[in-house]
Ligand binder design. Structure first.
Ligand SMILES: C[S@@+](CC[C@H](N)C(=O)[O-])C[C@H]1O[C@@H](n2cnc3c(N)ncnc32)[C@H](O)[C@@H]1O
Length: 279
């Protein structure tokens, strides 16, 4: 069948973003796309977004530019202690169960994966509550992996430097213990997570659309929060199925409060509205 009207650059762009990142951009988001790409249109001195998209889609070797586009198209909103009941569940339910299961031999090690980590607030929140549990006398070690598709966010997460307003949701006693300020004028109004936490939290690039994830297969807790909402239904199913293969038996998958309906997998049992356990 011949198409009478060829797909516009906007349509082709939305298809490209969908296939690269899983993010489905409905036609109604055209204004948002235009706004987010405006800086790139200006950087190239182009007339309009249409011209920019033509360049992006038709010129060869736009790989580096595509990386920038993905940074601009992703929504990276996050915060410390977002959906705080998840962190209570981590310390009050998951951690004691792991300690019980692993007995009294070697120091047990809890592995947590923040699978759409953005700039790291989620991973460092987990690190703070686990460090607190250690201070309270529980004997265990932990390792946290944060992954994201946005290189810009991964750079920020690795630096672990946050503005004071981003830290406003961190309780004062945790700020005193785990966040340090600097006399450096370049860091005025900012603070950095302490080395004790930074040593245990690593960040690296991972695209959830990839067929396989280079991640351990005995992860105790996966935080997959506020990212499934951007994906089409069949992509959500595929991502969840892959996630399950990385959970240890008895491991937990935690999703955002509006995402629990997306989790339909025979290997997972729902234990709270947004918390699933691998059987
Ligand atoms: C709204 S943030 C959520 C951050 C954090 N999980 C939270 O709940 O606060 C969504 C993150 O998912 C990332 N993301 C979107 N598509 C992705 C993909 N295909 N693979 C990996 N990360 C992706 C974005 O870059 C963004 O940082």
């Amino acid at each position: 069948m011949t198409l009478l009207v060829p797909p516009s650059y906007g349509d082709r762009f939305r298809d490209l973003i969908g296939s690269l990142t899983g993010i489905s951009l409905p036609a109604s988001k055209v204004q948002m796309i235009d706004q987010r790409l405006r800086r790139r249109v200006m950087a190239f001195g182009l007339r309009d977004t249409e011209t920019y998209l033509r360049m992006l889609l038709e010129d060869r070797d736009m790989t580096d530019e595509l990386r920038i586009v993905i940074d601009l198209i992703t929504t990276n909103t996050t915060s410390f202690f977002r959906e705080p009941s998840h962190f209570d569940f981590l310390v009050d339910e998951i951690l004691p169960a792991i300690l019980r299961r692993r007995g009294t031999g070697l120091t047990p090690r809890l592995k947590l994966w923040s699978a759409a980590s953005s700039e790291g607030a989620e991973a460092f929140t987990a690190a703070m509550v686990l460090a607190e549990a250690q201070r309270a006398g529980r004997r265990f070690d932990y390792a946290i992996l944060g992954t994201d598709i946005s290189y810009r966010m991964l750079e920020r997460a690795t630096a672990a430097v946050y503005d004071s307003d981003q830290l406003a949701t961190v309780p004062a006693h945790l700020l005193r213990r785990y966040v340090m300020t600097s006399a450096d004028p370049a860091l005025a109004g900012k603070a950095r997570m302490v080395p004790e936490l930074r040593r245990r939290v690593r960040f690296r690039y991972l695209n959830l659309m990839d067929d396989a994830y280079p991640v351990d297969r005995d992860v105790d807790v996966i935080l997959l929060r506020n990212v499934l909402i951007y994906f089409a239904a069949e992509d959500k199913d595929r991502v969840i199925a892959r996630m399950v293969t990385h959970l240890a038996p008895g491991g937990h998958l935690l999703v955002g409060h509006s995402e629990s309906m997306a989790v339909r997998h025979p290997g997972l049992r729902q234990v709270r509205p947004t918390i699933f356990r691998k059987e």
